[in-house]
Design a protein around this ligand. Structure first.
Ligand code: DGL
Length: 283
């Protein structure tokens, strides 16, 4: 079973891409909406949440986990790997075996990162914009990628202020969404960016509004499809693509309806509603 988590409903934009490639798999999704947003929280706080959610997902049957949140990836993925992927502390493997009901002695993690490399290859103006949370922009992982992959390119960054809160309230279009998006995107456009990277998994929900404001000449990059392809590669290397992650004994829902369990630490209604809308739109 594939586990996916995010600070809220944003990770569903990643689930959508994974599901396109792996429609037969079983999924479990956790939205940490009661603790959302993660963007301005400390690394320790986000690591604690990530550890707790991972334990929950593994105990419910997850064999591999996609951290469908750039902020949580920046704050926690190395810590998660230390604890769950290569546990070398005494007792750690035993604990993982216990949590997973004896199924797994390691769990792999796939993370999110702003796609600055393809953006740098794509730009014609030589200027790219990155929209992300403060936690992601200040993380060492992003800073290293920016250093490595954007030589000769100017990178303009901006926090998508208020984007996550809007999406969590189910607002993705209309006057309020446009005003909020305009504020954060205008500085990138004014600086001459012709490619904008969406470095937060909530932001693709605002894609139509972002496109409307950015105009036709600006490319918008959502890294989710690339992350989904990477997950498939890792699952295949780890021998998880032989149907073994699809939970046995569960009858698959009707064709076109994903086999997924949804959990939220906040309002489950908004998660379910967003999920239904997403699936209906991806038909
Ligand atoms: N979806 C999360 C991310 O990708 C949102 C961050 C937040 O909760 O602030 O970064």
């Amino acid at each position: 079973m594939i586990g996916i988590f995010d600070s809220g409903i944003g990770g569903l934009s990643v689930f959508r891409e994974i599901y396109r490639l792996l429609p037969e798999e079983s999924y479990i999704y956790f939205a940490d909406s009661a603790h959302c947003p993660y963007g301005e929280k400390s690394r320790e706080y986000v690591m604690d949440r990530a550890r707790e959610i991972t334990t929950f997902l593994v105990s419910r049957g997850a064999d591999i986990i996609t951290v469908a949140c750039n902020t949580a990836t920046a704050a926690a993925i190395s810590g998660l790997r230390e604890e769950f992927s290569f546990p070398d502390r005494p007792g750690a493997v035993r604990k993982l075996m216990q949590i997973s009901g004896g199924r797994r002695d390691h769990v792999k993690f796939i993370g999110m990162e702003p796609a600055v490399k393809p953006a740098a290859e794509m730009t014609r103006s030589g200027i790219i914009g990155v929209l992300a949370t403060a936690g992601t922009l200040n993380g060492p992982k992003y800073r290293t990628s920016r250093e490595m992959f954007t030589k000769g390119v100017k990178v303009v960054e901006h926090v998508g202020s208020g984007f996550v809160e809007l999406v969590e309230r189910g607002i993705t279009e209309g006057a309020e969404a446009e005003a909020t998006v305009e504020k954060s995107i205008r500085p990138l456009l004014d600086a001459g960016a012709d490619v904008i990277v969406l470095g937060c998994t909530h932001y693709p929900f605002l894609m139509d509004t972002i496109r409307k404001i950015a105009g036709e000449g600006v490319r918008i990059i959502d890294p989710a499809p690339a992350v989904a392809r990477h997950l498939v590669d890792v699952m295949s290397q780890d021998g998880l693509l032989d149907g073994s992650t699809a939970e046995s004994g569960r009858t698959n829902p009707a064709p076109g309806i994903p086999d997924i369990r949804l959990f939220s630490s906040g309002d489950p209604h908004i998660l379910q509603t967003t999920f239904n809308r997403l699936i209906a739109h991806s038909e």
